[in-house]
Design a binder for this molecule. Structure first.
Ligand code: AR6
Length: 176
């Protein structure tokens, strides 16, 4: 087992249930809630989350901002805004990589040992799942190789097919 595969874990299930130091939210630039995983996180965290989010003045695509986790088992929520897929020629891949990198930087600055990510942009924002998994795993792995924290990155997939894409993305990276 390489150090990399020991520090990346792939989980199938609901990210709001994970008792980790921080979960990442696939938000929109208003940070005031929405559908998908964002809606689930706001429902599970409770109304105080939106109250804190209102003070943050939104968030740019590719950037990330931190709040408390409120009623979630996770201590923090890192809200990031993924790109809307527009065919791939509008810098989507660099913006998606930036979401992962900025979220990991914030997690490290808060001493988070374990951080869980959903598959950012692959739902309502229509980013192709396979390409998104490659970017997620590649960016996280670069970060882990250069930083001691977080110790572990969890990719929390909502279904088994997505989890399988992540397993293959990790395997491709380890073959290199
Ligand atoms: N746990 C883990 N993953 C989940 C969960 C959950 N509870 N619920 C959905 N997913 P999406 P986006 C998966 O649409 O594409 C919101 O309205 C889902 O299967 O939540 O970045 C925001 O406010 C998919 O793989 O986020 C924005 O407006 C992944 O999470 C917009 O949607 C991301 O799907 C963001 O769109």
């Amino acid at each position: 087992m390489s150090a990399l595969s020991e520090r990346i874990s792939i989980h199938t299930g609901d990210i709001t249930r994970l008792a980790v130091d921080a979960i990442v939210n696939a938000a929109n630039s208003s940070l005031l809630g929405g559908g998908g995983v964002d809606g689930a996180i706001h429902r599970a965290a409770g109304p105080e989350l939106e109250f804190e989010c209102r003070m943050l003045n939104g968030c740019k695509v590719g950037e990330a901002k931190l709040t408390r986790g409120y009623k979630l088992p996770a201590r923090y929520i890192i809200h990031t805004v993924g790109p809307v897929w527009q065919g791939g020629g509008k810098g989507e891949s660099a913006l998606l990589a930036s979401c992962y990198r900025r979220s990991l930087e914030i997690a490290a600055a808060k001493d988070c040992k374990t951080v869980a990510f959903p598959a950012i942009s692959t739902g309502i924002y229509r980013y192709p799942r396979n390409e998104a998994a490659d970017t997620a795993v590649g960016t996280a792995s670069d970060f882990l190789q250069q930083n001691a924290l977080p110790e572990t990155v969890v990719f929390c997939c909502f279904d088994d097919q997505t989890a399988e894409l992540y397993r293959r993305a990790v395997a491709r990276l380890e073959e290199r």
